[in-house]
Write a protein that binds this ligand. Structure first.
Ligand SMILES: [Mg+2]
Length: 244
């Protein structure tokens, strides 16, 4: 088997994205606005404006937006610039991060594996394929979500973004996956629902498979992916090995 490791983005790729993250984002933006109001932040910035700044328009999550593609530090920075509260960016980021972790737990009924994904991952595992996660989410929310979705035991590597490793699309998480499993980037296929995930795979020297279970449309992923499929559940590793 040519490809020895499969690395997955988490939200929108393995786990259901929209219901959870729309609910979480509304909750977090309210917490952050209240905190800002208590610290002389701009009162006239609306929740709608805060959501729009991270790529949420109504109930649509934009593929290139901060929520879909970036770590929480970037979201905190964008909101800090808008609200300008009288606190340090470090304190503001900490409050934002804590609010995200808390809201994920508060809306945990929405945390679930996408249809057919659990069975597919188990099948890969039985074939001796290394499995990993590369997410822009925090450590706490990542471990909590995977446990809640019943996927924790399936992974040889879980890479998150908590300020201690360069986030996607820098190749650090993919390199860490390879190091952990003793494989090379060209033996890895990266799966993701965003253009940023595809850029991440490309920069690290891996193959890229785009999935349509998250925020991006086929037209957005096709130019930057080696293959676009409807879901991880429909990936045929043998066919991909033969193709390449
Ligand atoms: Mg995603």
């Amino acid at each position: 088997m040519k490809f020895k490791g499969l690395l997955f983005d988490k939200d929108g790729t393995l786990l259901e994205f929209h219901n959870l993250w729309l609910n979480v984002s509304h909750g977090v933006s309210q917490v952050v606005k209240d905190y800002s109001n208590q610290h002389q932040g701009h009162q006239n910035v609306t929740i709608t404006a805060l959501l729009s700044a991270i790529g949420i328009e109504g109930d649509v999550v934009l593929n290139h937006g901060l929520l879909a593609s970036n770590p929480v530090e970037d979201i905190a920075q964008a909101w800090f610039d808008m609200l300008a509260p009288d606190v340090s960016i470090a304190a503001f980021t900490q409050v934002t991060k804590a609010a995200f972790n808390q809201q994920v737990k508060h809306h945990c009924e929405w945390i679930q594996a996408l249809p057919g994904v659990t069975e597919k991952l188990r099948a890969f595992k039985q074939q001796g394929i290394y499995l990993g996660i590369a997410t822009a989410d925090t450590k706490d929310a990542t471990l909590y979500s995977l446990a809640k979705a019943g996927l924790s035991e399936l992974f040889d590597y879980i890479g998150y973004s908590d300020g201690d490793i360069e986030p996607k699309p820098a190749p650090a998480l993919l390199n860490a996956f390879c190091q952990q499993c003793g494989i090379e980037p060209h033996e890895v296929i990266m799966f993701g629902d965003t253009v940023s995930d595809m850029e991440f795979g490309h920069r690290a020297g891996a193959k890229k498979v785009g999935v349509l279970t998250g925020t991006a449309l086929r037209d957005e992923l096709a130019p930057v992916a080696d293959l676009v499929i409807s879901s991880v559940a429909h990936f045929d590793l043998q066919a991909f090995n033969a193709l390449d």
